[in-house]
Ligand binder design. Structure first.
Ligand code: MD6
Ligand code: FE
Length: 217
């Protein structure tokens, strides 16, 4: 028998990647069917769309959202809106399974009472990437960020409080969850260009859910 260090089917385990920042590998696998079903439904209600960066370039990631607030990027900058700019309807409700799972995993990371009201749904294709950035549009930084990965793997880039801090790379697979908050809440992070792959549920796609608490400003 050979042991593959990058076996996508390994057991749940946790790794600390920074101060108050953790990866819970494979921790969403036991409820992946609920996530798969709910994500597919949400993407039919609000199909993912290509947004533009503040500098006007199209993003390589397609995005949708659910919950009270949906993250937006456009030539006017970044913002949270309470309605989809495509359908002009309120974003679909965040499934309680998302909220409950996120609160439970945040608690394991030491963040009690996480109550996300915003869930960004990012759809990556082979070649998509997300540049190094900090999440700073939420108005309240007391609550953590919970980020779930599904589908084909990605390399998560994890930096520090400054843009030019050294970046570490972590491989995120289907069912992996990253939680960061507290001292790491504004750390720089990103996703390097997605390599080709095939996942049994998601084909050649990677799906990321990013759950946050947004304070209305
Ligand atoms: C990801 N997304 O898609 C991580 N942050 O794996 C982010 O870190 C992110 O997509 C702020 C705004 C939009 C994002
Ligand atoms: Fe981010």
């Amino acid at each position: 028998m050979t042991i593959d260090l990058f076996d996508d089917n390994e057991q749940p385990h946790m790794e600390q990647i920074g101060p108050e920042a953790f990866i819970f590998y494979r921790s969403a696998n036991h409820i992946e069917h609920i996530f798969t079903r709910e994500i597919r439904r949400l993407l039919q209600v609000e199909p993912p769309r290509q947004m533009r960066t503040p500098s006007g370039l199209p993003m390589s990631v397609l995005s949708s959202a659910c919950g009270s607030w949906g993250w937006q990027s456009s030539e006017n900058g970044y913002s949270y809106t309470d309605a989809s700019p495509i359908s002009n309807k309120q974003w679909p409700q965040m499934p309680s399974a998302f909220k409950d799972f996120a609160a439970q995993i945040a608690a394991q990371a030491g963040f009690a009472n996480f109550s996300p009201n915003s869930c960004l749904i990012n759809c990556y294709s082979v070649g998509s990437k997300l540049g190094l950035h900090e999440d700073r549009d939420e108005g309240d930084f007391s609550q953590p960020i919970v980020s779930l990965s599904f589908g084909i793997p990605a390399i998560f880039l994890w930096g520090g409080p400054k843009r030019n801090d050294k970046v570490k790379r972590f491989r995120l697979c289907h069912g992996d969850v990253v939680v960061w908050g507290g001292q790491s809440r504004r750390y720089y992070h990103g996703v390097s260009q997605i390599k080709s792959g095939c996942h049994e549920s998601w084909g050649s796609k990677r799906i990321n859910l990013t759950l946050r608490y947004v304070e209305r400003v």
